[in-house]
Design a protein around this ligand. Structure first.
Ligand code: HAM
Length: 437
């Protein structure tokens, strides 16, 4: 088999990698269920059309798409949002509101290889449907924070940058942009951080996205870093819509502060998100040192359920990736050192004792304990060494002497205390001993 390798951007999960991945998933699942979200899943292969003109040009260019044997144009899912909109849309009338759903699943994008970006990766997706008020944003931002804080990460490790596509459109319209120019500019702004100011101006002009005289105003707007600055920048515009929008901003920030999470959040209008469907608040989570790609991203997308054939249903949500999260945990020494230790290691005298022990071993496993024993007949000394190396909490010793007496010896591997128990009481005693561990 020499010479075969996994495809670029796809990972093998050896047991140690797999347990790290399970740790990430279990922290996510724990946080999502504490917030009352219900878990779901969707197909990994979808009609290509689901993503065309919905996710945005960047994702569309990265699709793993092909024609199936029935001639259908299909694609591996690059993200969950269109699928979950279809699912919720199809049953919206029957679902109790607010609809709070989450999933942990794998996605596929034909990305250029770079640190933190792969071609197959996992995401936690958490979305709320049917709630137009900023209460939904507060809930999701708090959940996003908990999904990272659950690993032991703190406000010194990561932050959420909050922005608003609604306000951008409002501002750009006021500067004389038409809708197409505004959309093109937001795509350029999404790349601004990678390009720097000068390259950004050149790019935006080249794409017909900068009407004369607007350059410096836009650069100033995208550097806004607080609600006060935002209100000052918009003070000259009098509009009911704008006032309502700023009231929503205050609600979100007040809600997040009331939860004690103010230090995790920064106003940052440079975030606009690369996906096409966002309509209002958008946010992204980053590591504080800023040397990793985004940990998570999301926002409000009030039109997508309807665009995909469902009812008019407001929605907001985010996705967090396992790749950057795993890199951050490793950087901060927060990757647990997993040894997958058994509860019990059985030490067997010889062939006769082995057969007797197998009955107990199976009974203990059926009762839910993790039990290991040597496949080969080995000297006691070697077996004790193997028991110690396995990290087992208890050793069960089946020697010929014990069997004649109808007992088993149980040794606490940490304390070394040892006692004999009648064989018919082994399961009950093990349960007692391990309940304290
Ligand atoms: P996204 O920003 O494309 O949003 O992805 C969210 C997160 O998934 C990223 O911040 C990153 O951690 C991870 N991710 C994305 N692409 C890759 C990749 N190639 N390799 C490794 N990790 C990656 C969405 O997917 C939206 N559908 C999120 C959403 C849910 N919006 C509303 N609900």
């Amino acid at each position: 088999m020499a010479g075969f390798q996994s495809l670029p951007g796809f990972r093998d999960f050896y047991p140690e990698d797999f347990s790290r991945r399970q740790h990430i998933f279990s922290v996510w699942r724990q946080a999502a269920s504490a917030f009352g979200f219900q878990e779901y899943d969707a197909p990994v292969l979808e009609p290509l059309e689901l993503y065309q003109a919905k996710s945005g040009d960047e994702i569309e260019a990265q699709l793993f798409s092909f024609k199936d044997k029935g001639g259908r144009e299909v694609s591996l899912r690059p993200e969950m949002t269109p699928s979950v909109c279809r699912m919720v849309g199809a049953k919206a009338g029957a679902l109790k509101r607010p609809i709070k759903w989450f999933s942990v699943a794998e996605y596929y994008r034909y990305e250029r290889a770079q640190k933190g970006r792969l071609r197959a990766f996992h995401q936690l997706n958490a979305d709320i449907f049917g709630e137009p008020s900023p209460e939904a944003e507060i809930e999701l931002i708090a959940l996003l924070i908990q999904c990272l804080a659950g690993f032991g990460l703190t406000r010194d490790d990561f932050l959420i940058r909050l922005s608003d596509r609604d306000l951008w459109f409002f501002y750009l319209e006021a500067l004389g942009f038409n809708e197409a120019q505004a959309r093109a500019l937001l795509v350029a702004i999404d790349r601004h951080e990678k390009m720097g100011d000068d390259a950004f101006k050149g790019y935006a002009e080249g794409h017909g996205a900068l009407p004369a005289g607007s350059k410096d105003k836009i650069l100033a707007f995208l550097k806004i870093k607080s609600l006060d600055q935002l209100e000052a920048a918009l003070a000259t515009f009098k509009s009911g819509k704008l006032a309502a929008r700023l009231a929503d901003w205050r609600k979100v920030l007040a809600g997040v502060s009331a939860m004690g999470l103010a230090d995790f959040i920064a106003v940052d209008l440079a975030v606009v998100r690369g996906l096409a469907y966002y309509t209002g608040f958008v946010f992204e989570a980053y590591d504080r040192r800023g040397d990793l790609r985004a940990l998570a991203g999301g926002g409000r997308y009030n039109d997508l359920v309807k665009k995909l054939g469902g009812p008019d249903l407001p929605a907001v949500g985010f996705a967090m990736g396992d790749v950057t999260t795993g890199l951050l945990l490793a950087q901060r020494g927060l990757t647990p050192n997993f040894i997958s230790a058994p509860d019990i290691y059985a030490i067997l005298g010889g062939k006769v004792e082995r057969l007797v022990a197998l009955a107990d071993i199976h009974a203990l496993r059926a009762a839910g304990f993790r039990v290991e024993y040597p496949f080969k007949d080995l000297a006691f000394g070697k077996q004790f060494k193997a028991a110690a190396e396995s990290g087992a909490k208890l050793a069960l010793i089946y020697g010929s002497e014990e069997l004649t007496k109808g007992v088993v010896k149980i040794r606490d591997m940490a304390g070394r205390a040892q006692r004999e128990v009648p064989r018919d009481q082994v399961v009950a005693l093990v349960r007692d001993l391990l309940s304290g561990h």
